[in-house]
Design a protein around this ligand. Structure first.
Ligand code: FES
Length: 573
């Protein structure tokens, strides 16, 4: 039997120059793990397990893994778990995004190098699901994404708490002197109290919903709470579905298509989802040669209503979304706007799914498309001389009164500069100014952290200022809110126009016109460009992954992927 028709342990043999010896040796070593001869003949479903002691969001994976294994066995396969890198959002320095591509490479290569016929991807925390989908798309072996599921909320007095919108809300109150030291310490222990991903429509939840919309996860599984018995049933069903794909393979390249990516963009907009998701979806689609343009995002945004009333945009939490009908309800409301002939890992089209799923919906949480929370999508791309390749504003989480505004730039040249000066009582700043942060993009020393949510200077927050226009090449946590212009491309660390902004310049924002302009004449900008010097350490003065990252990472509008991970015919386009 040729290797490409081989199954289970006979797939992808280690090369000793003697084919039969390679099989003999592998079976012998596999036998040492206690497998019987019959088991050695089974097809294998690999389980990419991103459990880690540095990832609180995945702490229930040992139990979930058992459920996945049960499902694989029910489907006649042999479950074989393997570890990959895990990315626990708050445990990585300088930022988890820097390691997303590394995890995607780990996932892709381990799927390809090890003998498996299908794979279940167990991920959840912000960057893990994008990394796994990127890797699986490139490996193109039948794959099912199983997400961790969201945390349950907790209580502080009469208030419901959920990571991490409430983390920011209470921290803001603490900075403004409205919450005492003692209370903030109490709250610290109450923000995240169960296994699972952040309890709001942050990046993890948005990516879970996107994975389901793309068709890479089983229908109805995105929003099941991490600690609910249905999560274990979803694990079992995902294992079974992966085992079923051995006989009827459905590859990621059949599931992630132009049409399913467009559906995913619609869903992102209707959820008022995380700004990070546009970067991740661009990277996932890019692995299959599908390009997402920000102009396309705007066109879809103009015709997609915001339907989901979850924090940070609305008032509720992921467990409410689950009980309100979850993704099935959202997809039914959006049905006239969606491509219904897209395929999921079950072999069913989206149209079939919605046909067979009349489902319950609580319209207090998931609005009717005919009576949406907002008539237009949650995200909008802005263009102008400060962001020739675009920037992103989450208008659903912003203060509308700041949408058409001109302001004076107050510039921070780096995160260190911001930390040093933002709370200086002598800082020359008013609530009408625009805060500008430079050198926080993908190629900067900070690796594009979630720092775009610049803190309101203490002297203004103490006066009750809750929002200001803030502009940067950084990202923002999906759980944050405010009039925040992010992902400015090209970034300042490579000499993008953001690097030319000076204190006192005027900047004009118009969400209506989708413009952001630096009101400085071209001759002056040219002069500033001539004297600009890069402060970034060049790749040749670095080593290891840091060097690879510094030389290869793309800009935000390219999904921050490495160009060499794109399909070969797309690498130079
Ligand atoms: Fe893992 Fe928020 S920290 S999803």
């Amino acid at each position: 039997m040729s290797d490409d028709k081989a199954q289970g342990f006979a797939r992808g043999l280690t090369n000793y120059g003697d084919h039969d010896f390679s099989i003999y040796l592998r079976r012998s070593f596999a036998s040492s793990m206690g497998y019987s001869q019959d088991v050695l003949k089974k097809p294998i479903v690999g389980i990419a397990n991103s459990f880690s002691g540095f990832n609180n969001c995945h702490r229930h994976f040992p139990e979930l893994l058992e459920a996945v294994k049960r499902g694989v066995l029910l489907g006649g396969g042999l479950p074989v778990e393997f570890p990959t890198i895990s990315l626990g959002e708050v445990f990585l320095s300088p930022t988890s995004l820097k390691f997303r591509n590394l995890m995607s490479m780990d996932t892709e290569e381990m799927i390809r190098a090890q003998p498996m016929d299908a794979v279940v991807l167990m991920g959840g925390c912000d960057k893990t699901v994008p990394a796994q989908l990127m890797g699986a798309a490139s490996a193109d072996l039948p794959a099912v994404q199983l997400v961790a599921g969201p945390m349950m909320t907790s209580r502080h007095g009469a208030e419901r708490l959920g990571a991490c919108t409430d983390c920011r809300r209470f921290w803001g109150k603490y900075r403004a002197g409205e919450v005492s030291n003692q209370e903030i310490n109490q709250i610290e222990g109450r923000l995240a109290t169960t296994a699972g991903t952040c309890a709001v429509m942050g990046t993890a939840s948005t990516m879970a919903c996107i994975a389901e919309t793309l068709g890479m996860s089983l229908p109805g599984t995105a929003a099941i709470p991490a600690v609910h018995a249905d999560r274990l049933r979803a694990g079992e069903a995902s294992g079974l579905a992966a085992a079923s794909m051995v006989a009827n393979p459905i590859r990621p390249s059949q599931v992630i298509t132009e049409k399913s990516v467009e559906n995913a963009l619609r869903v992102l907009l209707a959820l008022g989802g995380s700004t990070n998701a546009i970067i991740h979806l661009t990277a996932i689609a890019g692995r299959l040669g599908i390009k997402i343009s920000l102009e396309k995002l705007n066109a879809l945004s103009d015709t997609t209503p915001v339907l989901v009333n979850l924090k940070p945009v609305g008032s509720d939490y992921m467990e409410d979304f689950f009980y309100a009908g979850g993704m099935g309800a959202v997809l039914r409301e959006l049905k006239p706007l969606l491509h219904l002939d897209t395929l999921s890992v079950t072999g069913e089209t989206l149209g079939d799914r919605l046909e067979n799923d009349p489902g319950y919906v609580d319209h207090r949480i998931i609005s009717k498309a005919s009576a949406p929370l907002e008539p237009q999508g949650g995200l909008v791309a802005l263009f102008g001389n400060i962001a020739p390749r675009g920037a992103i504003l989450k208008r659903s989480a912003a203060d509308e009164s700041l949408f058409e505004k001109e302001g004076r730039a107050v510039v921070f040249s780096s995160l260190e500069d911001l930390a040093k000066r933002v709370d200086d009582p002598d800082l020359d700043i008013t609530e009408d100014d625009f805060m500008v942060l430079q050198n926080a993009g993908p190629k900067s020393a900070s690796g594009m952290p979630e720092a775009g949510y610049l803190p309101i200077p203490k002297k203004l927050s103490a006066k009750g200022v809750k929002d200001m226009v803030r502009i940067s090449d950084a990202r923002m946590s999906g759980t944050a809110f405010g009039t925040i212009v992010l992902h400015v491309a090209p970034e300042s660390a490579v000499g993008g126009p953001l690097s030319l902004v000076r204190n006192g310049d005027r900047i004009r924002l118009s969400v209506k016109e989708k413009r952001i302009e630096l009101l400085v004449d071209d001759a002056e900008l040219e002069q500033r460009r001539d004297t600009w010097v890069s402060t970034v350490v060049p790749p040749e003065d670095r080593r290891g992954y840091d060097r690879l990252y510094a030389s290869e990472v793309g800009q935000a509008d390219e999904g921050c992927d490495f160009a060499f991970l794109l399909p070969v015919d797309r690498q130079n386009t």
